[in-house]
Structure formats: structure tokens, C-alpha cells
Design a protein around this ligand. Structure first.
Ligand SMILES: [Fe+2]
Ligand SMILES: [Fe+2]
Length: 307
């Protein structure tokens, strides 16, 4: 039996989990946007801005559809794969019961977030009459996780998956927080984001506590192996290939001369260089610090370029 000071979040979950406490979000007629224009650089391109309001609205609603679709993939295929295996005692590390029980509450929350997202997608589609263009079947993590695991010995793969989920749960929280504060978007979208945020705050600290407990109880070769795989994961995770591909398909769905499409494509925002200055690194580094990973000298050295 491992030694631990893990405290369950179950009493807070009982009173505050959004599945237990929040009403359904319904789309209202407030004339506001479905998605923040500043999160979709395509809207700022002069050749697109020149096409008028209706084109901008088309781009924004499609961007919301993609965001929602990404959430559904993230919750059901990435987070819940790991959370469920911990909850059911299938994860190859003996987590105390309180961790497993809390992991099951995460599974419920995430499935509920996916449900809320599907409900909203359906409402938005009915209200606007705009169907989504083909949505991606994967998110960055769908590729980043297996590619990182492939570089590791079999015995370290579950641990790496746990770290990847904990990192991404901590970045998603910051992203949802920024979204929920945006003044340009519909109240119902903001409401959906702030409901999600209420649960994700609890999840962030759950994953931090879990990683702390795990990291303190694995052996040194495991820590060294996982630490050295972290930069591989970050390189794969922080790309924007899927977003760029989606944006190109979105431009293809708008009526305009082929020459304009080529110009827009050439001007598309390149991905941020994957260094310590990448915008997502602030929260990732915070996670590395709070989970204790940086206290391990070889891991700290492996992450040198990112911290
Ligand atoms: Fe979630
Ligand atoms: Fe979560």
C-alpha cells in the first residue's frame, strides 16, 4: 500500500458538479456571435472581411462547431480513457480508493460535457440552418499521445498517458476560462463555457494531485524515462496542423475566386514556434511546477528548452 495524503473532492462534487446543479443552456436571440472573432484569424483577413457579415457569421459558427467537436473528442476519447481505467482499477498503479472514486466523477463530468456540447451543436444548427462542414475526426492529442508512447518501453506507456492527460486538462481549463470571459459572444455560449470551467477547475487540481502521488511513488528509471519523453510529447501536442487543415477547408466552402483562396491560404497564420514562448506553455509550466515534476533534476534538464 502506498503512503498518501489524498483527500477526495466528493463532497464538493455532490454540491457543485454542473451535472448536479446547472440548468440546460438554450440559445437566445441576443444578436451576439457564436464564437469570438479574435480566436479565428480568418475573419480578420481583408479578402474575407470584404465579403460581409454573412460570411463572417458562417466562419464563426463553423469555428464553434469545430470547437465543440474537439471538446467531444477530448472528453470521451482522451480524458475518459485514462480516467475510466484509473476508476476501474485497471491502471497499472495502485491508486487509493479515494482517487479511483474521484476519477469516476471525472468520467461523469466529461461525458456530461460531451452531452452538453452535442445539445448545443444541435440547437445552433437548428437555429442557423447552417450544417457543419466535415469536422476533423481527430484532435492534436489523438496523434501526439500514440506517437509519444511509441518512443517508450511498454512499462512506461500508461504513466505517459497519465501525464499527457494531466497536461492537457490543465491547458483546457485556461482555454475555457478565456472563452467564458469573452464579451463578444452569446450569453448561452458563455454560459456553456463557464459551466464547463466550474468542473474543470476541480479537474485541474485532481490531475495535479494524482500526478504528484504517482510521481512520488514510481521508481527512478520510470521518472527518467517519462521525463525524457515529455519534450517529444510537447513537440507533437503544440502543432496546429489539424486547425490549419480545417481553416483551408472552411475557405474552400466560401464562394470566392480561386485566386483569393490562394492568397488567403498563403497568408494563413503559421503555427507558433514550439518553444518556451508558445502561448500554451505558460499553463503547462505551471502544471510542471505544481505537480512536482521540475523537482526531479533529469526531468528539469530534459525540459530545459521549455521552461
Ligand atoms: Fe471537460
Ligand atoms: Fe476535465
Amino acid at each position: 500500500m502506498i503512503e498518501h495524503h489524498y483527500q477526495s473532492h466528493s463532497s464538493i462534487w455532490e454540491s457543485r458538479a454542473t451535472i448536479r446543479s446547472r440548468p440546460r443552456r438554450q440559445i437566445e436571440d441576443d444578436g451576439l456571435q457564436y464564437y469570438p472573432a479574435e480566436r479565428q484569424p480568418l475573419c480578420l483577413h481583408p479578402l474575407i472581411a470584404g465579403l460581409g457579415k454573412e460570411t463572417e457569421e458562417f466562419i464563426l459558427i463553423q469555428s464553434l462547431y469545430k470547437y465543440i467537436n474537439d471538446i467531444i473528442i477530448f472528453e470521451t476519447e482522451i480524458v475518459n480513457r485514462t480516467a475510466r481505467s484509473i476508476a476501474k482499477g485497471q491502471f497499472p498503479f495502485e491508486f487509493p480508493f479515494a482517487c479511483r472514486y474521484d476519477a469516476m466523477s471525472v468520467v461523469i463530468d466529461e461525458d456530461y460535457h460531451a452531452y452538453v456540447a452535442m445539445d448545443y451543436l444541435n440547437q445552433a444548427q437548428e437555429r442557423t440552418g447552417i450544417a457543419p462542414i466535415a469536422l476533423p475526426a481527430e484532435i492534436e492529442l489523438s496523434r501526439a499521445i500514440p506517437r509519444t508512447l511509441a518512443t517508450l518501453g511498454e512499462q512506461y506507456r500508461d504513466g505517459m498517458e497519465l501525464l499527457a492527460v494531466a497536461i492537457s486538462e490543465n491547458t483546457v481549463t485556461a482555454d475555457v476560462a478565456a472563452f467564458s470571459r469573452d464579451a463578444s459572444i452569446k450569453r448561452s455560449v458563455k454560459g456553456m463555457m463557464s459551466d464547463h470551467l466550474a468542473d474543470e477547475g476541480r479537474h485541474s487540481s485532481f490531475w495535479i494531485k494524482l500526478v504528484k502521488l504517482y510521481w512520488a511513488n514510481i521508481d527512478e528509471p520510470a521518472r527518467v524515462a517519462l521525463g525524457s519523453a515529455l519534450p517529444v510529447f510537447l513537440q507533437q501536442y503544440l502543432t496546429n496542423d489539424i486547425q490549419a487543415d480545417f481553416d483551408r477547408r472552411l475557405v474552400a466552402a466560401i464562394a470566392m475566386p480561386e485566386a483569393s483562396r490562394r492568397d488567403i491560404s498563403a497568408d494563413m497564420v503559421r503555427s507558433y514556434p514550439i518553444t518556451k514562448r508558445h502561448p500554451m506553455m505558460v499553463n503547462i509550466v505551471k502544471f510542471f511546477k505544481s505537480s512536482g515534476l521540475l523537482e526531479h533534476t533529469p526531468t528539469r534538464a530534459a525540459l530545459d528548452a521549455f521552461i
